[in-house]
Design a binder for this molecule. Structure first.
Ligand SMILES: Nc1ncnc2c1ncn2[C@@H]1O[C@H](COP(=O)(O)OP(=O)(O)OP(=O)(O)O)[C@@H](O)[C@H]1O
Ligand SMILES: [Mg+2]
Length: 272
């Protein structure tokens, strides 16, 4: 299963990427996380030190040219992956630490090659935390062209839902089979209602609604992952996302109705 996490800047892509990866890891899955942000910080959310994140080896851009010919997925992971404390394999696709170093198109194409390879021999779940914006869906033949599912993270603003609606068009052109929105940072019951209304207006299917929780920015400020005892409401919603990702087509609607009921209850509890 190859999952792409996309959305406007600051909506919570990295936060949800880390929790989804840890959630699958806790279920005993082999998880590969790929950070494509040129200012990478997924590693820190997954419990690696700043030093480890800053000195992580970068996947060679040459992958884009020769494809995976010289790099079996096994060798690629052995050579370039870091392992997090919970055993998640983590690749860094790019880092911009030199002014004027040129564009990152070939790095995006390298990620495309990895997703197009037999990476499932090494990982049950490969998750790509994308940098903000829509460019990655159009350039280099579409970085996420081989993704099985695209989750578009949103916050309760019209603009972020509009971004998701635009993403759907591009993702459909690429042929990504499953595309759904995730309404993050829902603070009030009205936020959940807003997601449902506006997403219906723009035709964005909703995979789940994730409450706003003060523990999340606190962990950010500490520069550590969210601790196991923190952000229970967010973790509960992420469990729903794991089921959504894993659930076959037919079960999805029933599952979604149940999730929506639980999430509204959680948001109500938060508001109280
Ligand atoms: N459910 C949540 N509740 C409260 N705060 C949240 C939640 N999700 C994310 N945040 C906060 O929103 C901010 C942005 O989160 P994050 O870095 O995960 O977003 P991003 O989409 O990866 O950003 P970028 O576009 O810069 O990569 C952070 O301060 C984070 O703590
Ligand atoms: Mg991010």
């Amino acid at each position: 299963m190859k999952v792409g996490i996309v959305g406007k800047g600051g909506v919570g892509k990295t936060t949800l990427s880390s929790l989804i990866c840890e959630g699958f890891r806790a279920r005993g899955k082999r998880v590969l996380a790929i950070d494509t942000d040129s200012n990478p910080n997924l590693a820190i959310s997954l419990g690696l030190s700043e030093e480890a994140a800053n000195s992580a080896p970068i996947v060679p851009r040459a992958l884009a040219v020769g494809g995976m010919a010289q790099w079996t997925p096994e060798r690629l992971i052995e050579t370039f992956a870091l392992t997090t404390p919970s055993g998640i394999m983590m690749l860094h696709a790019m880092r911009v630490d030199q002014a004027g170093a040129g564009c990152t198109c070939t790095s995006h194409a390298a990620v495309r090659s990895i997703l197009g390879s037999a990476i499932e021999e090494m990982a049950d779940i490969t998750l790509v935390d994308m940098e903000a914006g829509l460019e990655h869906l159009s350039r280099s033949g579409g970085t996420l062209a081989y993704a099985d599912i695209l989750l578009m993270v949103m916050e309760p603003t019209r603009k972020s839902i509009l971004t998701a609606a635009r993403t759907i068009e591009l993702a459909q052109e690429l042929g990504i089979p499953r595309i759904a929105g995730v309404g993050n940072k829902a603070k009030l019951p009205q936020d959940a209602a807003f997601y449902e209304e506006v997403a219906a207006e723009f035709g964005v299917p909703i995979a789940g609604i994730v409450p706003w929780n003060a523990d999340v920015p606190l962990a950010d400020r500490r520069g550590t992952p969210i601790l196991p005892e923190e952000a229970a409401s967010v973790r509960a919603a992420v469990e729903g996302l794991l089921e959504f990702i894993e659930s076959p087509e037919a079960e999805r609607n029933a599952l979604l109705a149940e999730r929506a009921r639980i999430e509204r209850r959680l948001i109500q509890l938060n508001a109280d």
